[in-house]
Design a protein around this ligand. Structure first.
Ligand code: MD3
Ligand code: FE
Length: 219
């Protein structure tokens, strides 16, 4: 596993520092594309994508599922990772375990970005079809904001919006493409961020869709 990364390391750091504590690792997931997509299919058979409802009563345009010990959920009662009720609310079963290829990739990318101790316990999986978007928000349902978040983009390209600690701070936009990995920690961990409406398109491997994996230390 790690030796594969080591072999690509010399050409590797297309490492763009995005902001303090954040880094973009272009194409870092490409070497694991097949394993990751196979594992993703197995997860979504056990825990299908679903459109969750926000506390405000809106159905999200992004469809979601999870793997790992904890899963992020939202419904009319709120957003949470619930350690007392950790099961998938749709199936009543635990979320599928985090596959080792997911874990290895997330741990490796976190380490490359300066977070060698990161061990995620949750992976939120977002599926975007053309038109789906994620409005500007902070990720603050995790217990320890000292832990970073690792985000892996697959399929159709998307435009990330990355702002500041206040909702109306200016946002930078940048494209995330198939295989790109971003790591957010330190001073950027609580920055507002979002994804603009996915443009129509067909990706060679994933078709008319984008999938984003976010690895979190939630518990
Ligand atoms: C910037 N997902 O699930 S990850 C999310 O592409 C989420 O599906 C997006 O935002 C997606 O909560 C983008 C990018 C991301 C994640 C965490 C961050 C950006 C961040 C934390 C701080 C700053
Ligand atoms: Fe987020």
């Amino acid at each position: 596993m790690l030796d594969l990364f080591d072999t690509i390391a010399p050409a590797d750091p297309p490492f763009e520092p995005l902001a303090e504590g954040a880094a973009l690792l272009r194409g870092a997931a490409l070497a694991f594309e097949t394993e990751v997509l196979t594992a993703l299919d197995e997860i979504t058979l056990q825990a299908p994508f679903r459109h969750m409802v926000t506390p405000g009563g809106f159905t999200m345009s992004v469809a979601m599922t999870n793997c790992g010990e904890a899963g992020w959920v939202t419904d009319r009662t709120g957003y949470r990772y619930d350690p007392n009720d950790p099961n998938d609310p749709e199936t009543g079963r635990p979320w599928p375990a985090m596959p080792s290829c997911f874990l290895d990739l997330a741990v490796h990318c976190a380490s490359r970005a300066g977070y060698p101790a990161f061990r995620p316990d949750a992976c939120l999986i977002n599926r975007y079809e053309p038109g789906a978007r994620l409005s500007l928000h902070q990720d603050r349902d995790e217990r320890d904001f000292a832990k970073p978040i690792v985000s892996i983009s697959l399929g159709l390209p998307a435009i990330f919006q990355f702002g500041g600690l206040k909702r109306d701070d200016p946002v930078k936009k940048f494209a995330m493409r198939h295989g790109d990995v971003a790591v957010w920690g330190g001073a950027s961990r609580l920055c507002y961020h979002g994804v603009t409406a996915l443009k129509e398109g067909v990706h060679d491997v994933l078709g008319r869709m984008r999938v984003n994996l976010t690895f979190r230390g939630a518990l």
